[in-house]
Design a protein around this ligand. Sequence first.
Ligand code: ZN
Length: 326
Amino acid sequence: MSKQQQHFCIVCNQEINPRLVMRSKNDNGDIMRCPHCRLTFVNPMPSEQAIQEYYNGLCRKESLEFDLQKQKWANTSLDGYIEELKRLKKWLRQDFLDLGGVLGYYAKEALTKGLKAILVDIDPISIEFSNKHQELPEVYQASIQEFSEISSDWIFLRHNIEHFKNPDNLLDTVYSLLSEGGVLTIETDNNAGAEILLHPKTMRFYQSLYSKKYEGSSPIDLLLKLPLAVDLLRHLFGFRADNLSQLLINDSFETVKTIHYCLGDSVYWPNIPNNTIYILIEKLTDFKIMSLLLEVVCLIIFPFRKMLNRLQMSSGLCIYATKKAT
Ligand SMILES: [Zn+2]
């Protein structure tokens, strides 16, 4: 497809002339953005075969051993989701369908909390890990779009939608799996988010990633262009609150609540914990001067990250949605 050619925007439901955000260095797919809704995406999309190869055994490293810390994080997270569902009067106490739930830590915690937990993932290594360590009664190795076994009153779609070539088809499937009166929690990286560039760890990760694959990827470029977190073959789309809400509405969902959150949020993004006074003291007593300085910088930057959260420019996005009332 020629780069100037029109493109169909799944949010705007019309042909658009996408704007170039970042040009690929190796012609593997540029990052483009809809000029109307600002949906950001890879163009052209990778082949199905390339995607399948990418996901086969993707979590091999993480599946080498059970991680107690991940289990604790999932436990705290699930408590937070349940609290929010109670506030929204959507706490139905029955099902937990974890679509693309990878190693099953969240599904296991849902099971522990008395829910009927079902895990679906395409990666055979992840499924093998779940069968060995999580003791879940129902685990399916399938792509979400192939899966049509049941209906559920809570569908958990955490950091998945950005991985799909056809997010609207994915949402059609999710709609068919969600029971009447059920709730979908859908999460993704926030493409409007600049906060991810204010955390040294994620800043280094993305700077290195974008400088390898795309032209014009200095920290200032990243701040001005905000490609985050689209990157081949991992993330094919980048959403922000308004275009993800509109896509949900297009697919007959109704959004109930939208939450923006920072890296280190104990419910929504626990795996990059915020630094604490305890960590500072630890670094000080260990005489790790460079890492101590880094922790101090993190602490100074922290209020700015919180400020970006208020401006809906933090790193993550969670929408609670139901089926549109008919
Ligand atoms: Zn659009």
